[in-house]
Design a protein around this ligand. Structure first.
Ligand SMILES: C[S@@+](CC[C@H](N)C(=O)[O-])C[C@H]1O[C@@H](n2cnc3c(N)ncnc32)[C@H](O)[C@@H]1O
Length: 176
């Protein structure tokens, strides 16, 4: 099953840091890639690609202007859309339904106000509590529930750098 994040409404400068963190979280928690819509930002793409180069794995980053075309195309090719929003149904109530389908998942997170159409097109509108939180936190919690903690055991292929878990020190090995 493909697992891809769609980051909506990226704004240059203002969202640079948070969008980068959305990308890094998607990658670390086992997504195949991310599609960023909004203002094109080659800087974010480059810095995430740099992490992929060093820490391994096959994570892709695409910049696309037309989010509606992305969502429509995804649904038409048989995939499902999970929109993370504080207004949706609570994660614990819907996670089994989402996990029981083996269709590709597009996980949508917003930045500024999310258009009504997204709520209508989504297969599921899912809340991680009904309180406003960061899109990074919402994505991490959703993916952890979806993956049932498997993100802790992902092997990132072709890594040049690997962190060795340690109780006190920073241990890093260089593999290439
Ligand atoms: C900073 S919020 C802005 C939300 C915006 N005010 C709106 O009307 O949709 C950015 C994104 O974080 C995510 N988010 C924020 N709180 C959430 C929650 N409690 N559950 C799930 N996702 C949430 C949503 O994807 C949202 O689009």
């Amino acid at each position: 099953m493909k697992l891809v994040v769609l980051r909506l409404g990226h704004r240059l400068h203002r969202d640079e840091r948070v969008t980068t963190h959305v990308c890094l979280t998607a990658r670390a928690f086992g997504c195949d890639g991310i599609i960023i819509s909004g203002q094109p930002d080659e800087g974010v793409k480059k810095s995430v690609e740099d992490v992929v180069q060093r820490f391994g794995g096959k994570f892709f980053i695409e910049i696309r202007q037309d989010w509606m075309k992305v969502m429509k195309g995804w649904l038409e090719s048989g995939g499902e859309v999970v929109h993370l929003t504080m207004y949706g149904l609570p994660l614990p109530e819907v996670i089994e339904g989402i996990r029981s389908s083996d269709k590709d998942k597009l996980i949508v997170v917003g930045s500024e106000k999310v258009p009504r159409k997204v709520y209508e097109m989504a297969t599921w509108n899912v809340s991680v509590t009904s309180q406003p939180i960061s899109e990074v936190a919402a994505l991490a919690v959703f993916l952890d529930w979806f993956q049932q903690h498997r993100e802790f055991y992902i092997n990132f292929e072709n890594a040049k750098i690997k962190v060795i878990p340690s109780p006190r020190e920073k241990k890093v090995v260089r593999l290439a």
